[in-house]
Design a protein around this ligand. Structure first.
Ligand code: SGN
Ligand code: CA
Length: 515
């Protein structure tokens, strides 16, 4: 019966073959539902990490499908990461290097454009962040820039800006369900990108979730009070929970007699709320604010207080997301779409939950270079459980194209994950990943760097106004606390990693940086 489970090429699933090896009577093309959040890190998903919170709907995807345990981005920042994902190319090739100076060249090749050309209905809903308007979509509705949590504006396909009433994660999902139900051509296969604003800073929960997790206390990560010894660039960042997290904007401790750098930004965000939303917000935060200023914690007590509030706000924001992923899964199930749809859940990068004392991302260190990646597979794909091969967000484009039966253009730098999803163990899978971060000088002051990661080692070069190399042995030092660049015991590893780095820079055309 082996052939009964075989996927036919051309993005078609032979249903009759699956049913009983008779002559094909009908073929259903495969759809793609790609859900991407912003700054949702694997530590905060129970299918990856049991320490903090339950995410039952995300776990449904992982339990019914696959979980990638070594999934990474190429440049840990929103716009660049999205550009890598949509083009299948590193930043040096798609030319969207950073959030602050770049505009995406929307005439370039992207997987939605190729899918649309091949007859797919393509849709994009939510955060886009590439500065130019989307191309290659049958339907789109995006939020301007980062978007707002409450009563957000949306830019429509006619280039109008409309304000919707409600909480962003619900509204994006409403729009996605409405498109699947009412707006698409149901005769055609579809590719729907649902791009959430959540879990981005400043982690504003929906009013119905404000009371959650308040009884939870979390242990500080072991390296929360990192001294950054031997890591000059790590010492220079401005993303410390203790030093840089804003008491009012991030931690919501608004009081008329208190000031902070980002107070006015926070006021503009809560200024978007209607009376009911604002009353619920104040009813929750009022007592927390009073208690905080009365106790006035200092030093390590204040650090711990900030960490607990950060964790709880973040988790409440994830809760809405998880519920809304559940709505999408239910819709697909109820409408008989699960069997011929690939459902992908990922984030535009990982995030620090207090590791090294940080929030934010950007660094090539593990927590931000990693990104969650789980998939529910269409019928006919046998793989279940963990996929341990190293994958990167440049791989999504070729995967989706191959799934749809569209030829993967030669200039795409990612590799299709389809063989892995079919349960094959491809010989000669890549042994290393390339990374390059450019946004500096900028917010959070993470210096420019590039590097290479293998399954065991990581080599990083920080450059521009610094010239610092770092080498980590991830097996012995998974938290990346000991830079062994000058340790003679690692001289052979270093030579090998330098050669690997050069190889990747040539392979991906990042040749200005070859040493
Ligand atoms: C905003 C945030 C930063 C964050 C960047 C990039 N500041 O500028 O903390 O690093 O976005 O995030 S805020 O004061 O506006 O909240 S990204 O995920 O979009 O790249
Ligand atoms: Ca992001």
């Amino acid at each position: 019966m082996e052939h009964c489970n075989k996927l036919l090429y051309g993005g078609m699933l032979s249903l009759s073959a699956l049913a009983g090896c008779t002559e094909p009577v009908t073929e259903k093309p495969l759809n793609i539902v790609y859900i991407m959040t912003d700054d949702h890190t694997a530590q905060m998903m129970s299918c990856y990490d049991k320490r903090y919170m339950e995410t039952p709907n995300l776990d449904r995807i992982a339990n019914d499908g696959v979980r990638f345990t070594n999934s990474f981005v190429a440049n840990s920042l929103s716009g660049p990461s999205r550009a890598c994902m949509i083009t299948g190319k590193h930043s040096c090739e798609n030319k969207f290097y950073d959030n602050s100076t770049c505009v995406f060249d929307a005439s370039q090749q992207t997987f939605p454009r190729l899918l649309q050309k091949a007859g797919y209905q393509t849709a994009l809903i939510g955060k886009w962040h590439l500065e130019s308007l989307p191309t290659g979509f049958t339907y789109w509705e995006i939020v301007p820039g980062q978007g707002d949590y409450y009563n957000p504006d949306f830019i429509t396909q006619t280039n109008d800006t409309i304000q919707k009433h409600g909480y962003i994660t619900n509204l994006i999902t409403d729009d996605a369900l409405d498109w699947m139900e009412n707006k698409r051509d149901k005769e055609k296969p579809f590719c729907l990108l649902i791009h959430h604003k959540a879990i981005h800073r400043n982690w504003m929960a929906d009013t119905c979730n404000l009371a959650l997790y308040e009884d939870k206390e979390f242990a500080l990560p072991d390296n929360f009070f990192d001294d950054y010894n031997g890591r000059e660039a790590a010492a220079a960042q401005e993303m410390s929970i203790v030093k840089d997290m804003d008491m009012i904007y991030d931690l919501k401790m608004l009081r008329p007699d208190k000031e902070s750098r980002l107070k006015s930004l926070y006021e503009s965000f809560i200024g978007r709320m209607d009376e009911g939303q604002r009353a619920a917000w104040d009813a929750f935060y009022g007592p927390v604010i009073d208690d905080f200023y009365q106790k006035n914690p200092q030093g390590k007590d204040l650090a711990n207080w900030k960490f607990q509030r950060y964790m709880r706000d973040y988790m409440k924001t994830v809760k809405s997301l998880d519920d809304n992923v559940g709505r999408v899964l239910d819709y697909l199930e109820e409408n008989g779409l699960l069997d011929n749809t690939l459902v992908v859940y990922t984030s535009d990068q990982g995030f620090y939950m207090g590791e090294h004392g940080w929030f934010d991302k950007r660094f090539m260190y593990e927590e931000s270079m990693r990104t969650p990646l789980i998939m529910r597979l269409p019928k006919g794909f046998d793989r279940k459980g963990d996929i341990t091969e190293m994958v990167q967000n440049i791989d999504y484009a070729p995967t989706f194209l191959e799934l749809a039966g569209v030829k993967v253009p030669d200039d795409i730098q990612g590799v299709s994950l389809l063989p892995l999803l079919k349960g094959e163990k491809p010989a000669g899978w890549r042994r290393s990943l390339y990374y390059h971060f450019y946004e500096y000088p900028a917010e959070h002051m993470v210096k420019r760097h590039y590097g290479v990661r293998t399954d065991r080692y990581k080599l990083i070069h920080f450059y521009n106004d610094i010239d610092a190399w770092e080498l980590y042995d991830l097996e012995k030092d998974p938290a990346e606390m000991h830079n062994v660049i000058n340790d003679p015991a690692y001289s052979e590893v270093l030579a090998d990693m330098q050669a690997e780095l050069k190889k990747l820079q040539i392979l991906y055309n990042d040749t200005d940086f070859v040493k």
